[in-house]
Design a protein around this ligand. Structure first.
Ligand code: SF4
Length: 341
């Protein structure tokens, strides 16, 4: 468990949404438990990848950490400052330290604004720079993301998908944030440009001293970029550890099933099917006990009765797993090769 130089820290973080569902006679109010009891530390300078199936709560957690959503419960600290219960006015000055890169560059950029207007807008709110200084900073960021100065005069539709994502990245970095949440930043792009954007994100991390939460469902991409990996299932972290430790020795049956879908990675477990059957349960009515038990080939009575908590799976506690039977589930994955991006 990281303890030094922690930039972002959560303890028991939860996010619930109210919703209405049809029950045959009308509508019934329900609560969606999108994120439940997440405790994580993100160390300055690292890339923590957050992986899991669609709808598991990755984006909701990312939006809480980037201060878009207020937590329903729990603690959230950024740079040691408690931000969980702050009012919108108090959150605003903190936004310059935390930025988000969204999945879809088309909807992230205002089509009626030039690139110059898009890049300099945050500086109008968060700096005392004059127009010339704002322009210079915009040019500097364009260069950093590999776009020429003449891009300032153009509109988003004049760029390719990869170039638009470079503009999104430039806008996220113009205030020199410490922490960036990148939510599936390459999944909307052609495969041919994905590797360019991933390498750019890697380079910018060094250049701007960034810390990333990298949200993805693509484990090959995660292997390329992450220092540590957290696996999420039905709103909860079920396994977290150093990238190589988690890829080579996945302890949670869900992680093993996810890894078995990556080309070249074959978890060495006969019990764990290569394909995960069934859909995740609804976060409106999560199953009692371990949320994975309806799909887990190792499930026993204890799994249906009590919720496993994250526990150390190695001697220094860097690798943690939430499974009652992690010893039975443990086994080295055989990594033949991981797709090189
Ligand atoms: Fe499977 Fe039980 Fe472990 Fe949950 S606690 S992952 S159901 S073995």
């Amino acid at each position: 468990m990281p303890t030094d130089n922690v930039l972002v820290s959560t303890r028991g973080l939860c996010k619930r949404f109210k919703t209405r569902v049809a029950n045959g006679k009308g509508w019934q109010k329900k609560t969606v438990n999108a994120v439940a009891d997440v405790s994580l530390d993100i160390v300055a300078g690292e890339t923590l990848a957050l992986v899991g199936e669609s709808g598991c709560g990755k984006t909701t957690l990312g939006r809480m950490l980037s201060l878009f959503y207020q937590p329903s419960e729990g603690d959230l600290a950024i740079k040691g400052e408690d931000v969980a219960g702050l009012k919108p006015k108090q959150v605003k000055p903190l936004r310059r330290h935390v930025q988000m890169i969204f999945q879809d560059p088309v909807s992230s950029l205002n089509p009626r604004h030039t690139v110059e207007a898009i890049l300099t807008e945050p500086l109008k709110f968060f700096s005392s720079d004059n127009a010339q200084q704002r322009r210079e900073k915009a040019v500097e960021l364009l260069e950093a993301v590999g776009l020429p100065e003449r891009s300032l005069r153009k509109y988003p539709h004049e760029f390719s998908g990869g170039q638009r994502q470079r503009i999104v990245i430039a806008r996220a970095l113009i205030l020199h944030p410490a922490f960036v949440v990148a939510d599936e930043p390459v999944s909307a792009l052609d495969v041919s440009v994905q590797s360019q954007i991933l390498n750019l994100l890697k380079d910018l991390r060094e250049q701007f001293n960034l810390t990333y939460l990298f949200i993805s469902h693509d484990l090959a991409v995660v292997h390329h970029l992450a220092d540590r990996v957290a696996v999420m299932y039905l709103g909860r972290i079920v396994e977290v550890g150093e990238r190589d430790s988690l890829f080579q020795n996945p302890r949670h049956p869900y992680t093993q099933a996810l890894l078995s879908s990556v080309p070249g990675v074959v978890p060495n477990k006969g019990k764990i099917g290569k394909i995960l059957h069934g859909d995740p349960p609804s976060p409106i009515s999560p199953p009692h006990g371990c949320p994975f038990h309806p799909r887990c080939p190792l499930a026993q009575d204890r799994c249906r009765q009590s919720m496993p908590v994250l526990e150390a799976a190695d001697s220094n506690g860097a690798h943690q797993v939430a499974c009652h039977f992690q010893e039975q589930a443990a086994g080295p994955a055989v990594i033949k090769e991981v797709v090189q991006l």
